[in-house]
Write a protein that binds this ligand. Sequence first.
Ligand SMILES: Cc1cc2nc3c(=O)[nH]c(=O)nc-3n(C[C@H](O)[C@H](O)[C@H](O)COP(=O)(O)O)c2cc1C
Length: 196
Amino acid sequence: MTKKTALHIISSARESKSYSKGLSSAIIDTLIRKQEIDVVMERDLTKTAPPFLDGNLIDGFYKHPAALNEAEQKWLTYADAVVNDVRNADILVIGTPMHNFGMSALLKAWIDQLVRVGVTYDYDENGARKGRFNGKKIYLAIASGGKLENQPDFIAAHIKAVFNTYIGNTEVWTFRVEGTAMPGFQVDYKEIIREL
Ligand SMILES: Cc1cc2nc3c(=O)[nH]c(=O)nc-3n(C[C@H](O)[C@H](O)[C@H](O)COP(=O)(O)O)c2cc1C
């Protein structure tokens, strides 16, 4: 049987107290148990934080990879590693806390390192963007202190749009731990992912 690889992205700094990490880890465990994946690449963004975009990086992003000099290639080291991780993964399991209605700043910085014209996407003759990495699956694990019914959430829609526009056709499933800041909160990860 072909080996399937999952990329596990952790983006909460709360380590073992993190509910998004707890949920994304439960998803990974289930995928292993169901023999849907056999290799896991874990990337904890709190351990190796993505650099924020600066002028050098942005210049490098818009150059053809073959035209980069040695210094420019160095600036793109983290970005190249992120692209390779996503290229090599069949499945992405992405955990994020909700921070101010959006994804964690670390995860946003990781996405900003990933998306690159001529590398992850191209423009077609009509100016539409076409991703190069099609057919990946994403499982999103979102933890929020409050409940979705009481607040807006831009995380799932944002990540779906980024992947389907800039990376390639991607199926996305979203799982949520909600109300983590509410009195008496208790979590049952198995129940949240029962349909996985
Ligand atoms: C800076 C900050 C902003 C937050 N913003 C929100 C928010 O907009 N909505 C919400 O429901 N919870 C918010 N929370 C609560 C977190 O979503 C909650 O603690 C969640 O469990 C974090 O995920 P984690 O357990 O994986 O770290 C915020 C927490 C912090 C620290």
